[in-house]
Design a protein around this ligand. Structure first.
Ligand code: SF4
Ligand code: SF4
Ligand code: SF4
Length: 189
């Protein structure tokens, strides 16, 4: 499989349920984030005010700089396209944190090794078939699926919407697809 995610900012209401669920499911230490949704705005003049929402998390790059710089292969792409960290192989050099152009990794203050989104691979995905953030989103702004399966609903979503991927010019080939807010600005560079 090739797991991917769509963040539809036209549907997002900035409720932060996804971020809270992620924190709980993956026991993320206080003050650190695998996932956050940034709210920009309001913009415009009353009564025509609008907000923009932007998801910050690992972009699940197909050509991942965090993987190529890792000297011990502790950072790796698994059989389902998930970029993950093997804690047994990690030597704590932190090269991967510096190499990520999306600031998606952080040093876990409990484990003392890098941490980041892995689509809840060992937690919610394993138990319920989808990441925790997807399961709690009240507006279905998050769609998770398999890019190798043409019958997967994520296929329809990508075929029927315009989407962007952050910093595409770097050649990282992110598998987090963003449907921009029609009313707002595209600010994904
Ligand atoms: S967003 Fe950063 S941590 Fe995630 S795969 Fe890409 S380079 Fe690695
Ligand atoms: S901190 Fe660990 S995962 Fe990151 S580059 Fe170094 S050995 Fe690899
Ligand atoms: S749970 Fe859904 S609607 Fe709420 S902030 Fe996250 S993506 Fe947006």
């Amino acid at each position: 499989m090739k797991y991917a995610m769509v963040f539809n900012s036209q549907l997002c209401i900035g409720c932060q349920s996804c971020s809270i669920a992620c924190r709980s499911e993956n026991k993320v230490p206080d003050g650190l984030y695998r996932l956050r949704v940034k709210i920009q705005g309001p913009k415009g003049l009353f009564p025509n005010l609008i907000f923009d929402f932007e998801r910050f998390s690992c972009q699940m790059c197909e050509d991942a700089p965090c993987v190529s710089v890792c000297p011990t292969h502790a950072s790796f792409i698994d059989e389902n396209g998930i970029i993950d960290i093997d804690s047994d192989k990690c030597v704590g050099c932190l090269y991967c944190i510096g190499a990520c152009p999306y600031n998606a990794r952080f040093l876990d203050t409990k484990t003392k090794i890098p941490n980041k989104c892995n689509f809840c691979k060992n937690t919610h995905l394993k138990n319920y078939g989808e990441p925790a953030c997807v399961s709690v989103c009240p507006t279905s702004a998050l769609i998770f699926g398999d890019l190798n399966n043409p019958k997967d609903p994520i296929y329809d979503v990508l075929n029927n919407h315009n989407y962007v991927r952050r910093k595409e010019h770097l050649g990282t080939k992110p598998k987090l697809f963003i449907i921009p807010n029609k009313k707002g600005e595209i600010s994904y560079e």
